[in-house]
Design a protein around this ligand. Structure first.
Ligand SMILES: O=C(O)C1=C[C@@H](OP(=O)(O)O)[C@@H](O)[C@H](O)C1
Ligand SMILES: C=C(OP(=O)(O)O)C(=O)O
Length: 446
C-alpha cells in the first residue's frame, strides 16, 4: 500500500488554463459505496469509484473481512457482500495507510461484530486522535486498546474487539465530524434496536443518503435550531445496489481556484458533486467575486451534481462564516491560497478541526504561505490573510508536504501563481485522493 518513492516536484508560473476535465470520484462516497456493498446480501456494482490509496485501503480491509471485491476496469468494481453481521475475523492487521475515514468508519463496523481487528497506519495517521470514535464505540460495548499519543490522545496502532450483540446508543457528537457520525451509524447497523446520532452542526450526509439507498430504516429529524437527530434501526438487511459515484468537489477545488487565479483561464470541470453539505467552497468563492457557473445541474447516484465553468476573476477578501466550515472542511488549504491573491483581507475562524487532519493544516499553511511571500497571521482557530490584489506571490521556496495530499496540491497551485517556482518536497501523498492531479493540470496549460 505505502509507496516509499519520494516525488519532489517544482511548480512554476503558468500559462492560462483552458479546456474541459473530469475529476475522479468522490472519496467519501467511494469509501461508503465499498463498505455498504460489502455488507449487503448479494452483488453490487460501482462505477466512478475513486482509485486513490485511501479508498484502496478500505477495499483491502473489507476483503480481509470476507467481502468479495473485484475491479473490472477503471473505476468499475463489483462487490459481493457478506450481509450485516457476517464480517469475518481478519488474519492480519488492517493497514489504513494515510486514511482517517477508512480507520474511523471501519472501527465502527468491527465494534458490533464478534471479531477482533488491529488497525495500523502511516506516520501521519498514527498521530491523529482516535478517542473521538473510541468513546462512543466503547459505550456500545467494544473493547479497544489504543496507543498513547501526544497530549493524552489515543492513537493507532490500536486493537478493537467487537461485541455482538452490541448495545444501542444515543450519541451527541461533541465535534462536527462526519467520520464519528458514520462510525456510530455503521456500528448501529449490526446492533439491535435504534442507534441515534445527534448532530448539533450538520456535516456531510453521504452515510445517511447511502444507508437509505441500500434499504436501511434511517430517519432524520431536524430541530428548529438545526440540530439533526439521525435514527437507524439495527440488524438491517441491506439490498445490493448499482452506484454511480459523482466527481469529488474536494478535488475539483484545486482546479476551481487555479482557474480563478491564473489570468486568461476558462475551465469546465464536469460532473462535480454539489451536495449542500460539501459545497461551501463554491459559495464562498462566488461571494468573493469568483466567476463559477453551474451548468446542467442534475442528480447522480442520489447526489446533486453539475458541471462547473470557471473563469479567471479578481477575488475580494471576505470574513468566512464559521458556520460554513463543515461544508468545506477539506477546502480551507486551497481557499487560503485563493485569499493570498485576493484584494484585501480574508478572515477565517472556527477551524480547530484543521489541526487534526493529515497535518496541522493551519500552521502548515501559514508557514508555507509566509515562505512564498504571502502576508498571513495564524490565530488559535483560523488564519488572517492580506491578499496581493492579484499580483503573483514571490515563490522561490521548498515546501514540506507533511504526508498531506491537500497541502501538496494547494502549494502546487500556489506555484502556478508565483514569480519564482515553488518546490514541493514530496507529491507522492497526492495519490491518496487524486492520483491524476498532475496530468490533468498539464493537459489544461495552454
Ligand atoms: O466522512 C468523511 O468521508 C470525511 C469527513 C471529514 O473528516 P471529519 O469527520 O474528521 O471532519 C473530512 O475531513 C474527510 O476528508 C472525509
Ligand atoms: C481529512 C482528509 O481525509 P481523512 O480524514 O480520511 O484522512 C482529507 O481528505 O482531507
Amino acid at each position: 500500500m505505502t509507496d516509499l518513492t519520494i516525488k519532489p516536484r517544482r511548480f512554476s508560473a503558468s500559462s492560462p488554463l483552458q479546456g474541459r476535465i473530469a475529476i475522479p470520484g468522490d472519496k467519501s462516497i467511494s469509501h461508503r459505496a465499498l463498505i455498504l456493498s460489502a455488507l449487503a446480501v448479494g452483488t453490487s456494482r460501482v462505477t466512478g469509484l475513486l482509485e486513490g490509496h485511501d479508498v484502496l485501503a478500505t477495499a483491502t480491509a473489507m476483503r480481509a473481512m470476507g467481502a468479495g471485491i473485484e475491479r473490472l476496469e477503471s473505476g468499475e468494481w463489483v462487490i459481493d457482500g457478506v450481509g450485516v453481521g457476517g464480517l469475518l475475523q481478519p488474519r492480519e492487521a488492517l493497514d489504513m495507510g494515510n486514511s482517517g475515514t477508512s480507520t474511523r468508519l471501519l472501527m465502527g463496523l468491527v465494534a458490533s461484530h464478534p471479531i477482533t481487528a488491529t488497525f495500523i497506519g502511516d506516520a501521519s495517521l498514527s498521530g491523529r486522535p482516535m478517542g473521538r470514535v473510541i468513546d462512543p464505540l466503547s459505550q456500545m460495548g467494544a473493547d479497544i486498546t489504543a496507543s498513547p499519543g501526544a497530549n493524552g490522545t489515543k492513537t493507532l496502532p490500536l486493537m478493537i474487539r467487537g461485541l455482538a450483540p452490541a448495545i444501542p446508543l444515543s450519541y451527541r457528537l461533541p465535534m462536527a465530524s462526519a467520520q464519528v457520525k458514520s462510525a456510530v451509524l455503521l456500528a448501529g447497523l449490526n446492533t439491535p434496536g435504534i442507534t441515534e446520532v445527534i448532530e448539533p452542526v450538520p456535516t456531510r450526509d453521504h452515510s445517511e443518503r447511502m444507508l437509505q439507498g441500500f434499504g436501511a430504516e434511517l430517519s432524520v429529524e431536524t430541530e428548529a435550531d438545526g440540530t439533526r437527530h439521525i435514527r437507524l434501526r439495527g440488524e438491517a438487511e441491506l439490498k445490493p445496489q448499482i452506484i454511480a459515484v459523482p466527481g469529488d468537489p474536494s478535488s475539483a477545488a484545486f482546479f476551481i481556484v487555479a482557474a480563478l487565479l491564473i489570468p486568461g483561464s476558462d475551465v469546465t470541470i464536469a460532473n462535480v458533486g454539489l451536495n449542500p453539505t460539501r459545497a461551501g467552497l463554491v459559495e464562498v468563492l462566488q461571494s468573493m467575486g469568483g466567476d463559477i457557473e453551474l451548468l446542467d445541474a442534475r442528480t447522480v447516484g442520489g447526489e446533486p451534481v453539475a458541471d462547473l465553468r470557471v473563469r479567471h476573476s479578481m477575488l475580494e477578501g471576505i470574513a468566512v462564516d464559521p458556520a460554513l466550515a463543515p461544508s468545506m472542511i477539506d477546502e480551507f488549504p486551497i481557499l487560503f491560497v485563493a485569499a493570498a491573491l485576493a484584494e484585501g483581507r480574508t478572515v477565517t475562524t472556527g477551524l480547530d478541526e484543521l489541526r487534526v487532519k493529515e497535518s496541522d493544516r493551519l500552521s502548515v499553511m501559514a508557514a508555507g504561505l509566509q515562505a512564498i511571500g504571502a502576508r498571513v497571521e495564524e490565530s488559535a482557530d483560523g488564519l488572517v490573510i492580506e491578499g496581493t490584489g492579484g499580483d503573483p506571490l514571490t515563490g522561490g521556496a521548498t515546501i514540506g508536504g507533511h504526508l498531506d495530499h491537500r497541502i501538496c496540491m494547494s502549494f502546487a497551485v500556489a506555484g502556478l501563481v508565483s514569480t519564482a517556482p515553488v518546490e514541493i518536497d514530496d507529491m507522492a501523498p497526492v495519490a491518496t485522493s487524486f492520483p491524476n492531479f498532475e496530468p490533468l493540470l498539464e493537459g489544461l496549460q495552454r
